[in-house]
Design a protein around this ligand. Sequence first.
Ligand code: AMP
Length: 402
Amino acid sequence: MTAQTRVLVLNSGSSSLKYQLIDMTGPTPGADRPARGIVERIGEPQARGGVPDHAAALRTVGEELAAAGHGLDSPDLLAIGHRAVHGGTRFTEPVLVDDGVLAEMEKLVPLAPLHNPANIAGIRVARELRPDLPQVAVFDTAFHATLPEHAWRYALDTATADAHAIRRYGFHGTSHAYVSRATARLLGRDPADPGDFHVIVLHLGNGASVSAVAGGRCVETSMGMTPLEGLVMGTRSGDLDPAVVFHLAREAGMDTDAIDTLLNKRSGLVGLCGDNDMREIGRRIAEGDERAALAFDVYVHRIRKYVGAYTAVLGRVDALAFTAGVGENSAAVREASLRGLGGLGIELDSVRNAVRGSAPRVVSAPSSRVAVAVVPTDEELEIATQTRDLVRGGGSAPPPPG
Ligand code: AMP
């Protein structure tokens, strides 16, 4: 019998479907990824490379895998792991998908109307294609389920908040979980048992969020009921006085959908300077562009505020980890965010910080009380690991002797 060693990870977004086939054997599971790719322009069948829906997208994935010699019918597939965005309060751990789970996920659609329907569609089609295979949903909110109530509860009328499931959930949890453990490992701790290790994880991608993790448990995070709260992002405003929304409705005559689009799609870096790509913003700053420079300053100022706040939340910080597209690649953002924070025990080493690389690395000065690290995230590997552990029934226990 062929050993079932591979997990197919599917990440169904509203208009794209990303996949990775990950081999989980060997001393470093995930070192071998026999196939990966992305199907884009879902819902745009008329566009070049476009497909009408998620079912067609997954059929395309199946064809691409088959062409690479790893068809969906392959006997070495152990399971399919799905990225799922919003687990609400119902899903705080990865779950084996059945009809009941799908029905519960449907109920959560109002909390994530853009993301959850795409996730559900991806899971449904995958189950039709391989009904015999375990399908696992890994939720972006799950890692934040350990937030204490004083952190997740908004200071709203409690009855109203509870009636509508209004609370902070947090997102990017798969990344925060992976990076917090990878940072512990980098600094010589046991990631499975990090003791009282305190780390602030800065996930700075097109979406951006920060979390505070104490002893492996997330205690605070910057995204809220939706991914709109917190840091300045590529196209999202992050934190904002909620009265801005009333003002836009009353004074600018904007309706709810228009304000939603403004805050989620036309704000953040793109709203401030017209570009959401930090590389382009860097180029413009080098040419003396003042709008780009201001956008950069607003972006890093928000990060500094969160580093200070989360230092206070944790009381003591052992490490700060930068991850995702901007966090891993922009030495300028890391430098500007942490400049002058020696009083908090944070001292970057400008030479180490400027070195580019793809491996986890320390970029703080030897004298820095807080270790600053750049730790590439790997959400697919985290999903594959959680999927394997769930399917194998609790994980990586050593094989029996003999
Ligand atoms: P992610 O969502 O993690 O894929 O991050 C995407 C973002 O990372 C892009 O929008 C860019 O702003 C940023 N990014 C990617 N590569 C670089 C780079 N070399 N330097 C600065 N920013 C980068």
